[in-house]
Design a protein around this ligand. Structure first.
Ligand SMILES: O=c1ccn([C@@H]2O[C@H](COP(=O)(O)O)[C@@H](O)[C@H]2O)c(=O)[nH]1
Length: 235
C-alpha cells in the first residue's frame, strides 16, 4: 500500500467507477465503500485489482464478535490492502475481526491491514453528545477509541486530521491514522464536519488520506488528484 491518497469511489455502479478511473490507468489507490460493493459485490474488487489499483474496502463492520469474525474471514479472501470496523463495537469485536482476517487470509498472502472508525468525520462534538450521550470531548472520545483499537491488536484507525497528532502521541507513529474529510482550501464541505486540507494532513500526523468528492466531482479529476497528491506529499 503506497501512501498516495485513496480516491473514494462513491459511484452507484461499477461501470461508472471504472469509466471514471480510465485516465488513471491503474496508478492510484481507491476506496470501495458500501454503495459500490453492495451493488457489484466482490467482482468489482477483482476488476480493480486486475487493473492495478490498491484497495481500501470500507465496509465499517459493526456487529457481535462471532458475526464480524465470520464476515472478516470472507473479506480476507478478496486480498485487498485495507479493511475496517467500527471501534464502537468494542475490544472483543475488534479482536474477533482480526482473528477472522488472520484465519481467512490465503496461505502465503499478506493479511490486509485492519483499522477502526473512531468518530465519523461527519460528527461534531454537539452531535456526538446529542446522539451518543458521550460527555467527554470529541478528541477524548476519538483517542479513547484509538487506544481500544490498539489494545485489540488493530493496525490503526480512521479519524479526522484534527485528532491525528493526539493519536500519534497516544499510539505511536506506526499506528495508521487514515483521514477522510479532506478538502481543498476553498472546497465545499458537504456533509463533513471535521475537515482539513491535504497539506494540513501531511503536517499533522495523518498516515493516509481519503479523498472523494474533491476529486470525483472535479471538472478534471486527474488534475485534481495530482494537485491533492502534490500538497499531500509536499511537492
Ligand atoms: O469517518 C469517516 C469514515 C469514512 N468516510 C468515507 O470517506 C469518504 C469521504 O468522501 P468525501 O467525498 O471526500 O467527503 C466517503 O466515502 C465516506 O464514506 C468518511 O467520510 N468519514
Amino acid at each position: 500500500m503506497t501512501d498516495s491518497p485513496f480516491i473514494a469511489l462513491d459511484f452507484p455502479t461499477g461501470e461508472e467507477a471504472l469509466r471514471f478511473l480510465q485516465p488513471f490507468e491503474g496508478k492510484a489507490n481507491v476506496k470501495v465503500g458500501m454503495e459500490l460493493f453492495y451493488k457489484e459485490g466482490p467482482a468489482i474488487l477483482r476488476e480493480l485489482k486486475a487493473r492495478g489499483y490498491g484497495i481500501f474496502l470500507d465496509l465499517k463492520l459493526h456487529d457481535i464478535p462471532n458475526t464480524v469474525k465470520s464476515a472478516m474471514k470472507i473479506l480476507a479472501q478478496y486480498e485487498v490492502e485495507l479493511v475496517n470496523v467500527h471501534a464502537a463495537g468494542g475490544v472483543r469485536m475488534m479482536e474477533a475481526a482480526l482473528e477472522g482476517l488472520e484465519e481467512g487470509t490465503p496461505a502465503g498472502k499478506t493479511r490486509p491491514r485492519i483499522i477502526a472508525v473512531t468518530q465519523l468525520t461527519s460528527t461534531d462534538e454537539a452531535s456526538m453528545r446529542a446522539d451518543q450521550l458521550i460527555e467527554q470531548s470529541l478528541e477524548q472520545s476519538v483517542v479513547h477509541y484509538a487506544k481500544k483499537a490498539q489494545e485489540a491488536g488493530l493496525d490503526g484507525v480512521v479519524c479526522s486530521v484534527l485528532e491525528a497528532k493526539m493519536i500519534e502521541e497516544a499510539c505511536g507513529k506506526d499506528f495508521l491514522k487514515v483521514t477522510p474529510g479532506i478538502r481543498m482550501a476553498s472546497g465545499e464541505t458537504h456533509d463533513q464536519k471535521r475537515v482539513a486540507t491535504p497539506q494540513f494532513a501531511r503536517e499533522n500526523g495523518s498516515t493516509h488520506i481519503v479523498v472523494g468528492r474533491a476529486i470525483t466531482q472535479a471538472a478534471d479529476a486527474v488534475k485534481a488528484h495530482a494537485e491533492v497528491n502534490a500538497l499531500w506529499k509536499g511537492q
